[in-house]
Design a protein around this ligand. Structure first.
Ligand SMILES: [Zn+2]
Length: 526
């Protein structure tokens, strides 16, 4: 299948500009693999002229044996007054071995005279020389026209001259960059139309930043106006407010605009790619991210649930399976038995013909919510509760005891240590763990105790931990509610624990998290 649109991912270069993000070479290679499984056409690996890490990336990326994606390197035009073939930055691009190079060039008069400090003519010569030199080296060249939209507003003819210089010198595609991210959707169409009229033979691309929250919208409008190359980053990561979220762009192009940018099989990997790349970047996945977030197809009980019961998909804009996501029903004390039956269906428990079990589940949910549980925010704990009622009684491990100590040392350091004694698969195991807090330590100890029995726990990690003190209820004293979010690179789940004691509440949420993870990893064949 030939895609009508070229998908160009710049997570590893522009995305890596995000505040607080630092990727190792191994991380970058993993991200590249995931992008390749998704099937994006180009992966921009980095800027080989800027740091040794990126040079190493290009040296090692061949090991990956990519099936779908081409690797591109990023760089700038030659220096003012120099020549392209002797410019060290340009040389690095050739030496990277990447078949494609994306060259950033100034397209704004102000940027040329003020930031670059050279003449408008010299800037055009820098573009032309660099492009034609790289083309002469057998490299496919894309031109990223930096500050294009701002430059276009200030001096339209110069911004267009910069594009023409690149196209004439042999650039395969010219990319209009909204570097400062200030462009609004209503401006995009006319600017793209003008560029296409001036360069009717060229492939035009766009690169939007999200400073006005419009990066995806701007990208789609540009495509509507004939742009056939789109740049963005996985999960929209990037400097300031981020870049156009390429995952959202892909889903919109494919499912809303009818452009076959990826085939159906690849499109179904979108959700996995979202989780995996968030994990590698050590960024908590946004549950509310369009299409791929864990809440993207979650419906709260009540009015919507009865609608769902009557007609599947009644409150969904697409079938979530098309992007590899799934429907989720949020059950809470508000809901009735029909919600419980529907939720059962979602997790594979038939409660339609077992009204007694459904009633018992509902009853327990109500009782627990009365003492402080909140299942809407913890559907993995809810699933375990429902499975128990339906007869599931596998106990992966049994707690004999745990102990946690917190030590504050003379040097000011506070460390926690936990010891966990468990029985699993007929064996008793004792493990200790350390952490910066008691829950961390408990998690480390429990994991240490169980990994030997259940290697499937390896990829599971806790990504978020929330504690809330609930007000006193009927003289029982304040209780603590702990919510834990976990993930294994494929899915994300939430569990809950409630107790007057924060450690006990955490323990309950932790046990549910691992139990849920084990049930699902064994379903998928350990
Ligand atoms: Zn950018």
């Amino acid at each position: 299948m030939t895609s009508p649109i070229t998908l160009y991912d710049t997570t590893l270069r522009d995305g890596a500009q995000r505040e607080g993000l630092s990727l190792t070479v191994d991380d970058k290679l993993k991200v590249a693999s995931w992008l390749d499984t998704l099937g994006v056409h180009y992966i921009e690996g980095g800027w080989p002229g800027s740091n040794p890490k990126d040079i190493e990336f290009f040296r090692r990326v061949g090991e990956l044996d990519l099936q779908h994606s081409k690797i591109s390197c990023f760089g700038s035009t030659r220096r003012a007054g120099g020549s392209a073939d002797s410019d060290p930055v340009v040389r690095e691009l050739v030496e990277s071995g990447a078949p494609t190079a994306c060259i950033v060039a100034k397209a704004s008069e102000l940027q040329v005279t003020e930031a670059l400090g050279t003449t408008l003519e010299e800037n055009l010569a820098m573009i032309a020389d660099t492009v034609s030199y790289l083309v002469s080296q057998g490299i496919e060249v894309f031109l990223d026209a930096e500050h294009f939209f701002d430059g276009y507003r200030a001096n339209t003819s110069y911004a267009l001259e910069a594009l023409k210089a690149a196209a004439t010198a042999g650039a395969a595609q010219v990319v209009l960059c909204d570097t400062n991210g200030g462009t609004m959707p209503h401006e995009v169409g006319a600017i793209v139309d003008r560029v296409r009229a001036v360069l009717p033979e060229s492939v035009i691309g766009v690169h939007f930043h999200n400073d006005t929250g419009n990066a995806v919208a701007n990208t789609l409008i540009a495509v509507e106006h004939g742009v056939t190359h789109v740049q963005g980053t996985a999960n929209g990561i990037g400097e300031r407010c981020g870049n156009a979220n390429l995952l959202t762009v892909i889903a919109n192009l494919a499912l809303k605009m009818g452009l076959p940018v990826l085939d159906a099989k690849h499109l179904e990997r979108l959700t996995d790619v979202h989780f995996a790349i968030a994990e590698i970047c050590n960024i908590t996945p946004d549950p509310h991210q369009p299409y791929v977030g864990s809440a993207a197809f979650a419906t709260k009980a009540g009015l919507h649930t009865s609608g769902l019961a009557k007609m599947e998909g009644a409150y969904e804009h697409i079938d979530p399976a098309r992007v590899g996501n799934a429907r989720r029903l949020l059950v809470s004390e508000l809901s009735g038995r029909s919600t419980v039956v529907l939720k059962g269906k979602e997790i594979g428990i038939d409660l339609e013909n077992s009204p007694d079990i459904a009633a018992a589940i509902l009853n327990e949910v109500k009782n627990l919510e009365h003492v402080g549980y909140h299942f809407e925010a913890a559907d993995a704990s809810l699933e375990l509760l429902m499975r128990r009622h339906a007869g599931f009684d596998r106990e992966f491990f049994h707690l004999e005891s745990f102990r946690v100590i917190v030590e504050k040392r003379a040097d000011g350091a506070v460390v926690s240590e936990a010891t966990v004694k468990v029985l699993a698969r007929g064996e008793r195991h004792v493990a200790t763990g350390e952490g910066n807090g008691p829950v961390n330590a408990l998690d480390a100890a429990l994991r240490g105790a169980l990994l030997k029995f259940y290697p499937a726990l390896e990829p599971i990690e806790l990504v978020d931990y929330k504690v809330r003190i609930l007000e006193e209820k009927s003289g029982t004293g304040a209780v603590t509610r702990v919510l834990i979010e976990s993930q294994d690179g494929h899915r994300e789940w939430s569990t809950i624990g409630v107790s007057p004691n924060i450690i006990e509440a955490s323990w309950a949420a932790l046990v549910d998290s691992y139990t849920f993870g084990l049930i699902h990893s064994s379903e998928e064949g350990e």
